[in-house]
Design a protein around this ligand. Structure first.
Ligand code: ZN
Ligand code: ZN
Length: 336
């Protein structure tokens, strides 16, 4: 079976060919981490070994991620924690409100509306929940549900994180924004109005109110433009990572999207219809980047943004309409 039949995650609206603010070897942020799982069984894990990847400028596709040494098929390159995540509205009662892990009945669940998989997640959610819990989100959530929108929920989470002081408002600025047409921007108005009025109606201390009142629609659309281009739809494979080295389980056993999340380093990976790298989720929004085949030092690592089992015409249409670029990968050029 070809590798590309295994890939089912998706990203939306990619247009990364014009990178205005690229800084070579850009800082990777705190979401970037290494794992001793990358070590083969017969080797002693090396603590904090740097991952074998580096962000560099590509010739034609803006930023890209490159191998800094030879990498073997099946090797875990690095893990990544989300900068922002949010469950699907349909799974909001059944997955952890922080890490998106499936919540068992016996799990910690002290809140009437959301669940957590552990006290640790509940603790980490306290900051943004302190803001979110003061406002009424019925209208905003209804708007997202009725329009089938998921990204405004990530903006809501991000806004609550910023207002709580847990993160800075420019956290996502390094990410490439999608090109938004005037029509797309006008369609975002309703979401912005609902988000802002939810905050305005809630009772916050004066300094938070000042921050909320200064929230501009431009801020909202700017965040949404970045989230649209960088968000990953998360389908957890379940099972053990070791099982996934045989690859097929990664998507075959997936049970549908548990939510969406934005990462730092994973968002720098470019697309290929026959990728050498795979992004997977085992049981939570913590992502793992895995080499699908042997990779040479200096080679660019690429993931597939779409369902790679589609035929060439379908892939081209999807990438062009949804992601804003014409794919010229070797597989597409060969007509496959
Ligand atoms: Zn959790
Ligand atoms: Zn292609």
């Amino acid at each position: 079976m070809s590798n590309w039949t295994l890939l089912r995650h998706s990203r939306c609206c990619l247009s990364r060919f014009k990178t205005q603010r690229f800084q070579k070897n850009a800082p990777l942020g705190s979401s970037f981490s290494t794992s001793d799982e990358a070590q083969p069984d017969n080797e002693i894990p090396v603590q904090a070994a740097p991952p074998p990847v580096q962000v560099q400028l590509t010739e034609s596709s803006g930023r890209g991620v490159f191998a800094t040494r030879r990498i073997s098929a099946g090797e875990l390159l690095h893990t990544a924690k989300p900068l922002v995540s949010y469950p699907s509205l349909s799974t909001i009662q059944s997955v952890c409100y922080f890490c998106l892990k499936k919540v068992k009945n016996s799990a910690v669940d002290r809140s009437p509306s959301v669940a957590f998989c552990s006290e640790k997640c509940e603790e980490q959610a306290k900051s943004f929940l302190g803001v979110e819990g003061k406002a009424d989100w019925v209208d905003f959530n209804d708007y997202c549900r009725s329009h089938g929108l998921k990204y405004p929920l990530l903006v809501k989470r991000f806004a609550c994180m910023v207002l709580s002081g847990a993160t800075s408002a420019d956290l996502l600025d390094i990410l490439q924004p999608a090109m938004l047409s005037p029509r797309m921007i006008s369609e975002m108005e309703e979401g912005f109005d609902l988000l802002k009025s939810a905050f305005e109606v809630a009772k916050f201390p004066d300094e938070k109110m000042a921050c909320i009142l200064s929230m501009a629609e431009q801020w909202y659309t700017g965040i949404l433009a970045r989230i649209r281009i960088s968000a990953f739809r998360i389908e957890c494979a379940g099972g053990l990572y070791e099982d996934l080295l045989q690859a097929a389980a990664a998507s075959v056993e997936a049970e549908g999207a548990v939510g969406n999340a934005v990462y730092m380093l994973p968002s720098f990976y470019n697309h290929d219809c026959d990728p050498n790298t795979h992004i997977i989720w085992i049981e939570s929004a913590d992502a793992k980047l895995m080499a699908l085949r042997d990779v040479e030092e200096g080679e660019e690592l690429r993931i597939c943004y779409i369902d790679a089992s589609m035929d060439r015409d379908a892939r081209q249409t999807f990438l062009s309409q949804g992601f804003g670029f014409h794919c010229t990968c070797l597989r597409c050029m060969s007509g496959d």
